[in-house]
Design a protein around this ligand. Sequence first.
Ligand code: E4P
Length: 214
Amino acid sequence: MKFFIDTADVKEIRAAHDLGLVDGVTTNPSLIAKSGRKFKDVIKEIVSIVDGPISAEVISLDAPGMIKEAKELVKIHKNIVVKVPMTPEGLKATKALSEKGVKINVTLIFSPMQALLAAKAGATYVSPFVGRLDDISQDGMGIIEEIRTIFDNYGYTAEIIVASVRNPIHVLNSALIGADIATIPYSVIMQLAKHPLTDAGIKKFLADWESVPK
Ligand code: E4P
């Protein structure tokens, strides 16, 4: 299973990368805004840290606008994946760009049928948002299971990126279901590494070590 980090904060990206846990990065306009930096500057720095797919999102709502933005974005680096919203215009852009070899991550997916449409249009990645579904009392992980089944039924190769991850249980369930990727905030990556019994074990080993003759 691949881990992407869901942030535009290069400090977090470097820290997780140093742990050997980052296979790729996803950003979105909100995360870029949070970084307080210029879009292209951040993306350029991210591609210099991580050698893997880096998603950069378009903001146009019409296909010609998305295609124009995509052409600029892919000039930055060969690892750029263009993120487009799951709308009819987004699908049109996905078809046109994927036919030209541009890798597309279709984002803001909230149903299995939206994921199927994105895969049919030629997306390399589909991003269903589990946390935001949970927020409105719908079963976020349930749609991951359904998308996995549908893609396996018909041999779609689009990779499922579990997005809007809020906690370690989302990551555990993504792995159990067989999602290809989870894109995880830095705080959740750190939670995954922690266990109270690991900390207690270290404390006990160090305490016992004190009694070893020096
Ligand atoms: C995915 O690519 C998105 O950037 C992200 O996972 C959205 O998460 P949020 O619902 O926590 O904003």
